[in-house]
Design a binder for this molecule. Structure first.
Ligand SMILES: [Zn+2]
Length: 357
């Protein structure tokens, strides 16, 4: 008798708890936590890292370029914060714990209407802007192979995919993005270092202005200098410099690029262009890349590493992710979390929605 009564009371409590929970879920706005968001980074940390007594180069200049752009571009910080907010709201709406349908934050009257996700294949027309040191240094084969590599990597078809370790096997993602060659501008120049201040993106400075960057991914291929393989501009940056830059030796399947001659610099830089951060979060263990399914790491990995553990993790670093610094043949996956973050750009209120409309 006592037992039955106890069971009855317990059942009543469970029903009450469920009801309360339902009411809370229906009324509570999506809470977006922006507390870990950062834009400026100390990029010296990477170049000061020593591996086997050898100091390492910052092979991608994207975060340093972002520091410069933030200093020089009024309103960029606010714009990028808004893009991050929209991205996190989009991700929250895709999770079971988020408010169904991803309703607007009713506590904030300036909050826009909820995102309408775009679930189809995104087609990205690609304009190649080549500034080479001699005629046909970049061949049609380089161009064709680069487009093919981008399509392979963003559709989760890398030939090294079988090497993804078991613990990450279910995470590798098909972004459903298709890259299509859309045009070319090319010239020769004896300049052997175009630097990292976007000179190659300006006709006034001897480079090429981008072609319609709201509807094309512009790739500049030129000698950057300083050991830099490439750099990108994140969504929200100035339209006149939107796109990615790749060093001549690292474009497409390219013998001159040696370990970096298999086109993955472009995959990595397009990752940034699609709002992905470096896998280690550009600031030690307390900094994140804002992706749930990539383990935190304390810095970039180089070469072709085996199992690396950092930040007291029991899970290894995801060194095989395209957003690390390893050799081209040793990076072969993006994750579902990275896919979701990039997808937010193509939602109805996304920063790269113009590619859909
Ligand atoms: Zn990078």
């Amino acid at each position: 008798m006592k037992t039955s009564l106890f069971k009855f009371i317990l059942l009543l409590l469970v029903i009450t708890a469920c009801n309360n929970n339902d009411i809370e879920t229906a009324q509570e706005p999506v809470e977006i936590d922006m507390s870990d968001f950062y834009l400026y980074t100390n990029t010296d940390e990477v170049s000061s890292k020593q591996i086997n007594g050898k100091s390492q180069i910052n092979k991608c200049y994207t975060m340093s370029n972002l520091n410069r752009l933030l200093d020089e571009t009024p309103g960029l910080e606010t714009r990028m914060y808004a893009i991050e907010y929209q991205t996190r709201k989009f991700i929250a709406s895709k999770k079971p714990s988020g408010t169904p349908g991803g309703g607007p934050n009713t506590e904030d009257p300036t909050d826009p209407a909820p995102s309408v996700p775009y679930d189809g294949i995104v087609t990205i027309p690609v304009i190649i802007n080549i500034i080479e040191q001699y005629d046909q240094q970049i061949t049609q084969a380089h161009i064709d192979s680069q487009i093919e590599i981008l399509n392979t990597d963003f559709s989760n078809n890398n030939t090294h995919l079988s090497s993804v370790p078991d613990e990450f096997a279910t995470l590798s993602a098909d972004f459903q993005i298709k890259f299509e060659f859309a045009g070319i501008q090319r010239k020769t120049s004896n300049k052997n270092s175009w630097g990292t201040r976007d000179a190659m993106k300006s006709s006034k400075k001897g480079g090429f202005d981008p072609i319609d960057p709201a509807n094309n991914l512009n790739i500049w291929v030129c000698e950057i200098g300083g050991g830099i393989l490439g750099y990108a501009q994140f969504p929200g940056g100035p339209s006149k410099t939107d796109g990615i830059v790749i060093g001549l030796d690292y474009f497409g399947e390219n013998l001159d690029g040696k370990e970096y001659g298999h086109g993955r610099t472009a995959t990595h830089e397009v990752g940034h262009w699609l709002n992905l951060r470096h896998i280690w979060g550009d600031g030690g263990c307390s900094y994140d890349d804002f992706i749930e399914d990539t383990p935190r790491a304390d810095g970039p990995n180089y070469g072709c590493p085996g199992e690396v553990y950092s930040c007291n993790n029991t899970v290894r670093d995801m060194t095989m992710n395209y957003m690390d610094y390893v050799y081209d043949n040793c990076m072969y996956m993006f994750t579902e979390g990275q896919n979701l973050r990039s997808r937010a750009l193509f939602a109805s209120d996304g920063a790269r929605r113009s590619f859909i409309d």
